[in-house]
Ligand binder design. Structure first.
Ligand code: ADP
Length: 451
């Protein structure tokens, strides 16, 4: 049997291995899921929530061990690994009930009739997940599907199979066999899963892979939820709190080495405050030295793999060759490590302002006014998140003109409970979270009778 080895991106050493699922076996696995789904889907959603809920505590009980595994496999600092694991455990405890509530049937009274609106399971859901939040993403894609009564076949990224498998194992202690299965491997396994008899594909990853999945899903008209790339802008205008804006810019450019779908990837700062902002940003960047992710106090670990670092280094070199100024970081480091880097004088035509970077780079452009900022911010094929730092009411007015799914005003994009995780343009199709996000794992049906 062939195996997939997972390597520690900080040291290059193997962390563990999983058996690769032969692509030819995937249709049988999906058939098994369909069989298991029958009884699972027949339970009330609240019963499914009750069965899964103890997984939250089980994750929390093992949080240190899981965080250690997550960090050794993915490279994010241990404190961030722990916060991802803790978030998964805590969130799961209440989210199962929120999903059950969202998909509960409800009656719509009419003139002499009553319509029952049902959110029924679709059947088998394929969840194909990335490596940047290697435990949270499986939970995001699989948990609503499961509580909604679907069976799930999860294919985690080949970069981070171990932590995803650990998450699935915890749930499999509780749910019937076959309801949640894992497929390990790379593109061939992803392709075979997409080609199999699944009803919905929930994918988070690159735009290029999303497009391949969409094309492959067309024949069977399979339903899709795609969360793809982005190139999130940050706009900083005169009168903004520059300390807060610079601190946010650094944190949101460097967190998880920039390997976050809503990382700040483009910074548009008004010319009148550009020097003051950049000075603060450089100061803030000094708080992100790259180091051993397992060591206490580290805030910037290695990038997940060499190819990712090379892509980022190439974009930085290209920007510098075309006139951008490297004002912090940039020097090469060994292995997968990449320093927190600040560039100024970046222009809209450079690759670093157009193609997703997914690296620890803050790229700064100066603009003359709010209109120019909005125009350049919207000049992207993507539109997941965007953030504006400016005095009110200008900040809100600018925010309303930005074509993105999630916009933060003088703060990050994370919304109040119930907010969906949504993108516009090529950042995705469909969305996650909140009652409407959860319902996307359902077949909507209405049954109308006489009153
Ligand atoms: P990244 O998140 O590194 O940009 P990709 O978008 O390439 O990664 O891949 C995300 C996930 O999609 C991974 O689990 C990968 O194995 C899987 N995958 C890659 N190619 C395909 C494909 N053609 N069909 C389905 N899944 C794929």
């Amino acid at each position: 049997m062939t195996t997939l080895t997972s390597f520690n991106p900080a040291t290059g050493e193997p962390v563990g291995e999983v058996p690769v699922t032969p692509a030819a076996e995937i249709p049988a696995l999906v058939a098994r899921a369909r069989e298991a789904q029958r009884a699972w889907g027949a339970l009330p959603a609240q019963a499914r929530a009750d069965i899964i809920r103890p997984a939250g505590q089980a994750i929390l009980d093992r949080k240190d061990e899981l965080a250690h595994l997550l960090t050794t496999e993915q490279g994010k600092p241990l404190a961030d690994g722990l916060s991802e694991v803790t978030h998964c455990g805590e969130k799961l405890l209440t989210e199962v009930d929120e999903i059950a509530e969202a998909v509960a049937p409800r009656d719509l009274p009419g003139e002499g009739l009553v319509t029952t609106l049902r959110y029924d399971p679709l059947g088998v859901v394929a969840a194909i997940t990335p490596w940047n939040f290697p435990m949270l993403m499986p939970q995001w894609m699989a948990l609503p599907a499961l509580v909604a009564g679907n069976a799930v076949v999860l294919k985690p990224s080949e970069q981070t199979p171990l932590i995803a498998q650990a998450w699935a194992d915890i749930l499999n202690e509780l749910i019937p066999p076959g309801v949640l299965q894992t497929v390990h491997g790379a593109d061939d396994q992803g392709k075979a899963l997409v080609a199999s008899e699944v009803n919905l594909i929930a994918f988070t990853g690159s735009k290029a892979t999303g497009q391949k999945i969409m094309a492959a899903a067309a024949g069977g008209l399979k339903r899709l939820i795609l969360e793809l790339g982005s190139k999130d802008p940050l706009i900083v205008l005169e009168g903004a709190d520059l300390d807060a804006a610079a601190e946010f810019a650094a944190r949101n450019s460097f967190r998880n080495c920039g390997q976050v779908c809503v990382s700040t990837e483009r910074i548009y700062v008004q010319d009148t405050i550009a020097d003051a902002f950049t000075a603060r940003l450089i100061e803030a960047a000094k708080a992100y030295p790259a180091g051993d992710p397992l060591a206490e106090g580290t805030v910037l670990g290695p990038m997940v793999m060499r190819a990712q670092k090379d892509h980022v280094a190439r974009q930085v070199a290209d920007a510098v060759a075309r006139g951008a100024k490297l004002v912090h970081g940039g020097a090469d480091m060994p292995g997968n490590f990449m320093p927190a880097t600040v560039l100024t004088g970046v222009t809209q035509d450079m690759d670093i302002m157009r193609t997703e970077t997914f690296g620890p780079v803050a790229a700064v452009t100066t603009i003359r006014n709010a209109d120019e900022a909005v125009e350049l911010a919207n000049d992207s094929e993507y539109g997941l998140g965007a953030v504006v730092f400016a005095p009110e009411p200008l900040a809100r007015e600018v925010a309303s003109r930005i074509d993105a799914g999630m916009i933060g005003v003088n703060r990050g994009i994370h919304g109040a409970k119930g907010s969906p995780w949504a993108g516009s343009k090529h950042s995705g199709i469909g969305y996650h979270m909140g009652p409407d996000g959860h319902r996307q794992f359902c077949q909507v049906r209405t049954i109308t009778r006489n009153a």
